[in-house]
Structure formats: structure tokens, C-alpha cells
Write a protein that binds this ligand. Structure first.
Ligand code: NAD
Ligand code: TYD
Length: 372
């Protein structure tokens, strides 16, 4: 890619075997970023990965203990809007590609405090784009910018249909609105400045190392402890669940092989109603720990007040990702959920460290509203 060059000069990255790269991963201490780094640092020993993460409540270096001493990995604690730090990193590390995951990522938190979502997801994506553009222009080299986004930008579906890459954006929550805005910035940096960008829009992820505030880890932890399981509304909302490792393979593939300026939808073709997932978790926890004396854990399901603006259904058409890039998810949901339940039941120490005072305070605020 040539910054400011004509669009016809912008080609897909297509890294050949043996072509090595220094890659800046933002938000690499979070759920998806840490799963991605544990995968690529080992799978691509010739590439160098610099992880820039501010370590908000969702960032956790314990997620990366397995790779912290790897020679092709470096962690830098810092903010993606710190222009001086970014300029130094792009220069010193000769960064040739960015995989941008840093974000505020939880819808419920975005409802309680939208400002932080606009700052982190919109303004700081702008700062990162500008830092990358300036650094690559200074060096006169091409650089790829991969933006990791969500299917929630497309809004909510009725009972039928799938989100394609051509579905008009219609975000409904402060989180999805801020991600939509950041997608638009990335798209504009391709069209206006000729930046070599790729955007992936993925459905709900699950798997190990997810901060215990999203549906699946919340329900596993509460089922383990025999606490009420707070299902929003009627429990009929549908999400398309994808194992995080399948998402990470898709990111790696799209980063290397995706066409410049292109968007790829990523999803598991795996739609579940929330209530059915919660029941499946109850059954898996019963199987591992044995039913409680009071009876099976399904009895803990408690319907609570709905999330404001709650999207009814998400479902992804990932045929571009499969057809153009040959991506196929490996996990069946049955295996993925069983392994994930097992992982959380064995992760007592990690979970206890996550659940500090601020975690409890968030929980009280979020669920107090819904319990009435
Ligand atoms: P996460 O909340 O687990 O992690 C976010 C990470 O970003 C944390 O480590 C945090 O410390 C870091 N961060 C936040 N602000 C930062 C800043 N200003 N500078 C540097 N680092 C900062 O999120 P996740 O679930 O791993 O999601 C990663 C990305 O994938 C997000 O962009 C999210 O929108 C997207 N996504 C998530 C899902 C999902 O189901 N979790 C699905 C599709 C897309
Ligand atoms: P979540 O994991 O927060 O992901 P998203 O909102 O990005 O899809 O929620 C998944 C679904 O589960 C969503 O429909 C809201 C619902 N939900 C509950 O019913 N109870 C809960 O305690 C949580 C956290 C989510």
C-alpha cells in the first residue's frame, strides 16, 4: 500500500511463506486478543508481535503467561491514543501491520456509561489510524490495518435472514454505534488515503479467558455457585455463537489474505436462543459437579427485566470468508461449550482475581436495574 497512492495500486497483502512482518496488536490482553496472540506467536515464529494494551478492567496479563517470554513477543502497557508512544513504536519496531482489537466491548456497560465507548472505540481508533498513516508515509512503505469489529453494527434481525457484508448499518446500542463509527473511519481511510485496510465483523465469541461479565461466563460462574441465573426479558433473543479460536484463525487469515478495502463477516452458523444456552450450561455444570441437593441447576433460571434496546436476533452469512479465503470453523458448539464450561470450573484462581471490588460494583449497578 502507498499512503496517498491511487486505489489501483492497493493490492491484497498476501503474505507469502517466508515473508516476515512486525505486527502491532492492540488490546492483546483482552479475551480475543490474548487468544489470538497465544495462537499466532507460536504458529508464526518468524513474525514479531507487539501487544499494546492499556490494561483496563478487561485486560489481564495472566491470559498471556504462556507466551510472555517468547522471543517474538513484546508487551507494552499504553493507550492507543498516545501519539508519542505510537510514533515511537511504529518507528522502533518497524511495524508493518496492525491488528486492532482494543475497545470497550460490553453492551451493558455501554448502556451504563456510553462516553467511554465513544472515546475508546471512535476517538482512539482515529488516533491509531492517523499514527499508522503518518508512520507508513514517513517510511514510504505499505502497511496493513486490520480492524476487528462486530456483527452488532448491522442491528437486529427478525425471525429469518442473515447479515451479509451489504446489509446496511443500523446499530442500536451505544456499543454497536461506537463500533459502527470506527468501521466507517477505517473504510474512509481506505477510500480517501488508500490505506490497505481489512475489516472483519464477527458474531458472539465464547471460549476460555473471557472476562466474566458476558452471557456464557456469567452463567457458568453463577451456576457453579448455585446463584440465580439472570436471563434478560423472555430469553428468546438469538445469537450466533463462534468459538474464539475459530475467530482468531479467521482474523489471522483475513489479515494475511484479505483483499484491501474489503469487509468479511465471520460467524458460526450456530444460532441459539439465550434460554437454551443457559439450560445447556446448567446441564454441563450438573454433569461436571453433580446436581445440587435442591435439584438440577435449571431451577436457578430467573427471568429479569430486559436490557434497554435489546437486539432480538443476530445471524451471520460468512460465505465470503469461506469462499474467498477458505476459512472453516473447527469447533462444534457441543465440544466448544463442554470445554469452555470445564475451563471455567477449573479456573478458580483466575476468576477470583477478575472479581475484584470494581467487578462487584458493576454487577450491582447492572443487575439492580433489571431486578427492579
Ligand atoms: P475485551 O473487552 O475482552 O478486551 C479489550 C482489550 O482492549 C482489553 O485488554 C483492554 O485493556 C484493551 N483496551 C481498551 N481500551 C484501550 C486503549 N485505549 N488502549 C489500549 N488498550 C485498550 O474485548 P474482546 O471481547 O476481546 O473484543 C476484542 C475486539 O473484538 C473488540 O474490538 C470487540 O468489539 C470485537 N468483537 C468482540 C466480540 C465478542 O464476542 N467478544 C465479537 C465480535 C467482535
Ligand atoms: P452478551 O454476552 O452481553 O453479548 P451481546 O450483548 O454482545 O450479544 O449477551 C448475549 C445475550 O445474552 C444477549 O441477548 C443478552 C443476554 N444476557 C442475559 O440474558 N443475561 C445476562 O446476564 C447477560 C450478561 C446477557
Amino acid at each position: 500500500m502507498l499512503c496517498g497512492g491511487s486505489l489501483s495500486t492497493v493490492a491484497a497483502l498476501h503474505l507469502d511463506a517466508g515473508e516476515l512482518m512486525n505486527i502491532l496488536v492492540t488490546g492483546g490482553a483482552g479475551f480475543i486478543g490474548s487468544n489470538l496472540l497465544r495462537h499466532v506467536v507460536r504458529a508464526r515464529p518468524g513474525d514479531r508481535f507487539v501487544n499494546l494494551d492499556r490494561l483496563t478492567y478487561a485486560g489481564n496479563l495472566a491470559n498471556l503467561a504462556e507466551i510472555e517470554d517468547a522471543p517474538n513477543y513484546r508487551f507494552v502497557q499504553g493507550d492507543i491514543c498516545d501519539g508519542q508512544l505510537l510514533a515511537a513504536l511504529f518507528e522502533d519496531e518497524a511495524i508493518g501491520g496492525v491488528i486492532h482489537l482494543a475497545a470497550e466491548s460490553h453492551v451493558d456497560r455501554s448502556i451504563l456509561g456510553p462516553g467511554e465507548f465513544v472515546r475508546t472505540n471512535v476517538q482512539e481508533t482515529l488516533a491509531l489510524l492517523e499514527a499508522a498513516r503518518a508512520a507508513w508515509a514517513r517510511r514510504g512503505t505499505a502497511g496493513r490495518f486490520h480492524h476487528v469489529s462486530t456483527d452488532e453494527v448491522y442491528g437486529s434481525l427478525g425471525d429469518t435472514g442473515l447479515f451479509t457484508e451489504d446489509t446496511p448499518y443500523s446499530p442500536n446500542s451505544p456499543y454497536s454505534a461506537s463500533k459502527a463509527a470506527s468501521d466507517h473511519l477505517v473504510r474512509a481511510w481506505h477510500h480517501t488515503y488508500g490505506m490497505d485496510t481489512v475489516i472483519t465483523n464477527c458474531s458472539n465469541n465464547y471460549g476460555p479467558w473471557q472476562f466474566p461479565e458476558k452471557l456464557i461466563p456469567v452463567m457458568i460462574c453463577k451456576a457453579r455457585d448455585g446463584e440465580p441465573l439472570p436471563v434478560y426479558g423472555d430469553g428468546g433473543n438469538v445469537r450466533d455463537w463462534l468459538h474464539v479460536q475459530d475467530h482468531c484463525e479467521a482474523i489471522d487469515l483475513a489479515f494475511r489474505e484479505g483483499r484491501a478495502g474489503r469487509t468479511y463477516n465471520v460467524g458460526g452458523d450456530n444460532e441459539w436462543r439465550n434460554i437454551d444456552i443457559v439450560h445447556a450450561i446448567c446441564d454441563a455444570v450438573d454433569e461436571r459437579l453433580g446436581a445440587q441437593p435442591q435439584g438440577p441447576r435449571r431451577r436457578l433460571v430467573t427471568f429479569v427485566g430486559d436490557r434497554p434496546g435489546h437486539d432480538r436476533r443476530y445471524a451471520i452469512d460468512a460465505s465470503r470468508m469461506r469462499g474467498e479465503l477458505g476459512w472453516t470453523p473447527r469447533y462444534t458448539f457441543e465440544r466448544g461449550l463442554r470445554e469452555t464450561v470445564g475451563w471455567y470450573l477449573d479456573a478458580g484462581e483466575w476468576l477470583a482475581a477478575c472479581m475484584d471490588g470494581s467487578y462487584r460494583e458493576y454487577f450491582e449497578r447492572n443487575y439492580a436495574n433489571k431486578m427492579g
